[in-house]
Ligand binder design. Structure first.
Ligand code: GLN
Length: 470
């Protein structure tokens, strides 16, 4: 990348090298669903601009991968689902048009669990992505393709989406940085909705500075997404501010039962490092965390049930001849194309908010969300940051949990709080255990995104991991 910035090699040469690396590695990683054959052409246009002395954008020459639930005009956007196998996006997501304005190069669309439901990429209809640290292990998810492509140097940055941890979880498993911003910081226009009341697009990069750089480009108010906030900031300036004098709470409910001993020991080491940087750390309690996973799955299934109702194979869908079906049976037949996890969520999403059950499930889940928010805001009166491991367990092997949905749901215990409460949270690669990465998570109050990046940068400066062995 530096070579491009210094003009030692052209954007075209660098892009060609990147594509070559993808071709070499991706048979074993399978991060990409689609490599963009246009990338070299895009690069040539930028080289021309440079030659003619025209001003180029801040992302010039940066090969970026995009999770395949974010729309790029005239490009296939499948959500890793057979249901959308032929869908070509008719417009750019706001994040994409902002990156295009800055001359970024899109090298391809990357894998995810179908419609972003899952945390291993095993639920992709096009086969799983492998963890670059050890290809026998899952890369996390649902933005597993994003994290693996950054970790394996198949691109310099990626955009994923985080509804309950899908940026932070794979970042943690693949040893890269993943950031879920305050709800409303980044436009969701052009992100195919899973649970829109809590999800955010977020960058996945190799360093915290790169995340701040990406945020400068993609964040900000968008008239196409009324939930966006107008709070322009320069996330790179002052990133070295450090954490001297800051107060940090260690969320006890996220380091308790079921935590892997290696993850617990990494957390203790992180506390020591943070104290070494001049912060004070103490135990903090978020009692509602014990209900957070149940509330999360109740709310997200309800929203997913409604969002995915539009896939009737009339407007969006695949080639299924109508002969032999009457109207309803055609739609029912067409919808059998969804995979098992998405189907499970839609069935749940029909049940929990239905008349007669809403009070017991959906409305109760909303109460948990509200109480958790009150509780965390109370903690932020006392603490600048809260920390916990991003995931309580280490990356695991393919097939280990796929048949046990409840066990899989529970892996989200440390990430869903930031989504349910709308708070910013980042995962920073911290240690390895038997060659597998462990990420530390830092949370702060709403709109303290800049401060979270400063703390993450401080923690990152204490860490030196070996190169990914691929
Ligand atoms: N594992 C969670 C789920 O399946 C999170 C997914 C996400 O953040 N998109 O819903």
């Amino acid at each position: 990348m530096h070579q491009v910035k210094n003009g030692d090699i052209s954007v075209e040469e660098f892009t060609a090298k990147t594509i070559e690396r993808i071709r070499q590695l991706d048979d074993s990683i399978h991060a990409f669903l689609h490599v963009n054959s246009d990338a070299i052409e895009q690069a040539k246009v930028i080289d021309k601009k440079i030659k003619s002395g025209e001003k180029v954008g801040d992302c010039f020459g940066m090969p970026i991968s995009i999770k395949d639930n974010i729309c790029i005009k005239d490009t296939k956007t499948t959500c890793a689902s057979k249901m959308l196998q032929d869908f070509v996006a008719p417009y750019d997501a706001t994040v994409i048009s902002r990156l295009k304005q800055q001359d970024a190069i899109f090298v391809g669309k990357v894998n995810l669990d179908e419609f972003a439901m899952g945390l291993t990429t095993e639920f992709s209809a096009y086969g799983p992505t492998h963890n670059p640290w050890n290809v026998d292990y899952v890369p996390g998810g649902s933005s597993g393709g994003s994290a693996a492509s950054v970790s394996a140097f198949e691109c310099v940055a990626s955009l994923g989406s985080d509804t309950g941890g899908s940026v932070r979880n794979p970042a943690s498993f693949c040893g890269v940085v993943g950031f879920k911003p305050t709800y409303g910081l980044i436009s969701r226009f052009g992100l195919i909705s899973y649970a829109n009341s809590i999800e955010q697009i977020g960058p996945i990069t190799r360093t915290v500075k790169d995340t701040a750089f990406m945020l400068n480009i993609v964040s900000g108010h968008d008239s196409n997404d009324d939930t966006t906030v107008d709070n322009p900031q320069d996330y790179l300036s002052g990133i070295d501010a450090g954490i001297e004098g800051k107060k940090i709470g260690i969320i006890q409910e996220m380091v308790g039962d079921g935590i892997d001993p290696a993850v617990l020991s990494a957390t203790k080491n992180a506390v020591t490092k943070l104290e070494g940087l001049g912060a004070t750390c103490e135990d903090a309690h978020l009692e509602m965390v014990k209900y957070s996973v149940a509330a999360y799955y109740t709310i997200t299934a309800t929203e997913a049930g409604s969002n995915l109702a539009r896939y009737d194979n009339l407007l969006y869908g695949y080639d299924l001849p109508v002969e032999g079906y009457e109207f309803n049976s055609y739609i029912s037949k067409a919808r059998t194309k969804f995979g098992p996890e998405v189907t499970r969520r839609m069935i749940l999403g029909g049940f929990v908010p239905s008349a007669g059950h809403a009070g017991r499930y959906f409305l109760k889940a909303l109460k948990v969300k509200q109480k958790l928010t009150r509780e965390i805001e109370h903690l932020f009166k006392k603490y600048d940051y809260l920390i916990a491991p991003t995931v309580p367990i280490l990356p695991f092997k393919f097939g280990e949990k796929i048949d046990d949905p409840i066990a899989l749901f529970l892996v989200d215990i440390n990430t869903v709080t930031a989504n349910l409460t709308g708070k910013p949270a980042i995962s920073v690669p911290f240690e390895l255990s038997n060659g597998l990465p462990i990420g530390m998570q830092i949370l702060a109050n709403s709109n303290e995104d800049k401060s979270v990046l400063q703390a993450a940068h401080a923690l990152e400066s204490t860490v030196k991991l070996p190169e990914v062995p691929i």
